[in-house]
Design a protein around this ligand. Structure first.
Ligand SMILES: Nc1ncnc2c1ncn2[C@@H]1O[C@H](COP(=O)(O)OP(=O)(O)OP(=O)(O)O)[C@@H](O)[C@H]1O
Ligand SMILES: [Mg+2]
Length: 285
């Protein structure tokens, strides 16, 4: 569904250049339910913006649903944003129009010709997120979690193939965030929508099918969701899938190296039974 090929993004300001993405490669299959994690400033929002058709890279390629996104015309991009992707923003205030009710917000992106159909669809989506009873309410009179759920309903209005959500549970309590996550899972299961969520919440990251971590604008490790929420502590045999870059380099997180007792900048590399092993050198000179 999504294939990123060596994406690079440099933000240029008056006197500085920020390398937000430095050669990001990732493939996301149709129907995947995945989480992107990474520290603040690692490039998560930049990455989602590219998939969402909101930003263009400095270099690299991005294919979504078979289309070469950065080759689309302006008109095609508008169409793409409407039909292929739904977006839930990191900043809640950006998701909803304050002068429209919940129902009107969900109706806004709909392309049906008549109001009755739009309203029906809006009610259907609001009940999907458990907020049918709040349809006449204005966003500012709703809680953060409720606003977020209306935002999800709005993002789903045109039945997109991909749902992107940037920290959708950043500002709500644990219970609400679990509820929001359930909505995502339901959408993924019921409609086969490919769901990509940026989150800081390791507990939630454990509930998806795959987690990819961005470090300094690169996908540095990916793993099937398993013992992640437990962190690396207490996991004796730590296995994860890392990505080899074009120069066959692999980035190994510091905590993993520490776990293996590798502290300096030298490692012993050996091949055993079809495995490549990295270990602290036996003798240090
Ligand atoms: N419009 C911009 N102009 C200049 N620099 C930018 C711009 N947008 C992002 N950056 C920089 O690019 C880097 C990546 O930013 P990005 O917003 O993608 O990070 P993030 O992983 O989403 O962080 P957070 O978890 O805080 O939301 C950061 O160093 C940021 O300061
Ligand atoms: Mg961000």
């Amino acid at each position: 569904m999504i294939r990123c090929d060596n994406l690079v993004k440099i933000y240029k300001t008056a006197d500085t250049e920020v390398l937000a993405l430095q050669g990001l490669d990732i493939t996301i299959e149709k129907g995947e339910f995945m989480a992107i994690i990474g520290s603040s400033g690692s490039g998560k929002t930049t990455f989602l913006n590219m998939i969402g058709g909101l930003d263009t890279p400095t270099a690299g390629k991005l294919f979504v649903d078979g289309k070469d996104i950065f080759k689309l015309s302006r008109k095609e991009i508008v169409e793409y944003k409407r039909k292929t992707v739904g977006f839930v923003w990191q900043n809640n205030a950006r998701n909803l129009l304050p002068f429209l009710t919940a129902e009107e917000n969900v109706m806004a992106p709909l392309m049906f010709s008549n109001d009755r159909k739009k309203r029906e669809r809006a009610v259907e989506l609001l009940s999907l997120v458990g907020l049918e009873h709040k349809r006449k309410e204005y966003p500012l009179k709703m809680s953060g979690g409720e606003q977020q759920r209306v935002a999800i309903a709005t993002a789903l209005a045109n039945n997109p193939k991909i749902l992107l959500a940037d920290e959708p549970t950043g500002a709500v309590d644990v219970k609400t965030s679990e509820r929001i996550f359930e909505v995502f899972r339901h959408i993924n299961k019921e409609f086969g929508t490919t769901v990509v969520i940026v989150t800081h919440d390791m507990k939630l990251a454990d509930k998806v099918n795959r987690v990819a971590a961005i470090r300094d604008g690169k996908i540095s490790m990916e793993k099937l969701s398993s013992a992640y929420s437990k962190g690396l502590e207490g996991v004796a045999d730590f296995t994860e899938v890392s990505i080899l870059d074009r120069a066959n380099r692999v980035q190994i997180p510091k905590d993993v190296l520490q776990k293996a007792g590798i502290t300096g900048n030298r490692v012993e590399v050996s091949v055993k039974d079809g495995h490549v092993e990295l270990a602290a050198p036996k003798t240090t000179k």
